[in-house]
Design a protein around this ligand. Structure first.
Ligand SMILES: [Zn+2]
Length: 293
């Protein structure tokens, strides 16, 4: 019968076996040198129950209080060995798509693994027996290439679109200019009409025109004025409509994509353009762009 008990010993058929944990503890514990170590912890805060382990430099050691089980030489040698055995954990820089890759099957974020061939994989399927789906992973090289080439296509497309937008905007500005010119002409005609009316009235007042003729003319002027005013109102509306249309036209892109020449995927690029990359088993990929949202 195997059972784990206390300080790293394993009782096996009533025999105590040394475990690596136990040996390591012994090699690190100065008590085995015959020293007594105290003041390893400090109560904090005052009156609290929490203990803080102090830096080994602060420990108080009374040497040679009892027979050593391990010699100082062996102890130092073991310490040195343990230090060099400590694995230096490599720190990997954040992958350029980290946090953006999602499993298309279950919707969970795919984790990035640096071991072996660096890849993204859906870990959800390992942990949830009841919701298992096909193994879903994609290596960095493949996902980077897919995103980069799709992005390049978008760049080219946008560059083309931008020049189309530019052209359309210019044409619209031309239309607005023409419509405003016509409006000005109408307004000038209206001024002219007022002047003519004034002249007609002056002639009548000066006795150079019959009353009937004056009234007849006045009616014609008033009809013309009404018609012209209506035309001006409509022309003003037309100008406003053209201006609104121009405002509603796409204003290029916040980042001019046409200028970007990317030969590899960077965090800067993905953060600017990539919203999400969905991955399905069998390397099927769907990219959601930030600028399409
Ligand atoms: Zn999944």
């Amino acid at each position: 019968m195997k059972r784990k008990i206390g300080n790293g010993y394993i009782r096996h058929n009533a025999t105590l076996l040394w475990t690596t944990v136990c040996v390591r503890r012994m090699l690190c514990n100065q008590t085995y040198l015959g020293h007594v170590v105290y003041h390893k912890y400090e109560q904090e805060p005052v009156g609290g129950n929490d203990k803080k382990i102090l830096d080994p430099d602060e420990w108080k050691i009374v040497k040679n209080m009892h027979e050593p089980l391990v010699s100082q030489k062996d102890f130092d040698k073991a310490q040195k060995r343990l230090q060099s055995n400590k694995k230096v954990k490599r720190v990997y820089p954040k992958h350029c798509l980290s946090g953006m890759v999602e499993c298309g099957t279950c919707g969970h974020n795919m984790r990035h693994a640096n071991s072996g061939r660096p890849k993204y994989e859906c870990a959800f399927t390992y942990f949830n027996i009841n919701h298992k789906h096909d193994r879903n992973s994609i290596i960095d090289v493949d996902i980077e290439a897919a995103v980069l080439s799709a992005l390049q296509k978008e760049f080219d497309l946008k560059a083309g679109l931008e020049s189309i937008y530019e052209e359309r905007k210019e044409r619209q500005q031309g239309k607005i200019h023409d419509a405003q010119k016509r409006l000005k002409e109408m307004e000038r005609s209206l001024d002219q009409l007022y002047e003519d009316q004034q002249e007609s009235f002056e002639s009548y007042k000066a006795g150079m025109m019959e009353k009937d003729t004056f009234i007849q003319q006045k009616q014609i002027y008033e009809q013309l004025e009404e018609r012209l005013n209506e035309k001006i109102r409509m022309q003003k509306e037309a100008v406003e409509k053209l201006e609104d249309e121009a405002d509603a036209m796409p204003n290029g892109l916040s980042v001019s994509m046409g200028e970007i020449q990317a030969d590899h995927l960077t965090r800067e690029l993905t953060e600017a353009f990539v919203d999400k990359v969905l991955v399905w088993p069998g390397q099927k990929i769907e990219i959601r762009w930030k600028f399409r949202k």
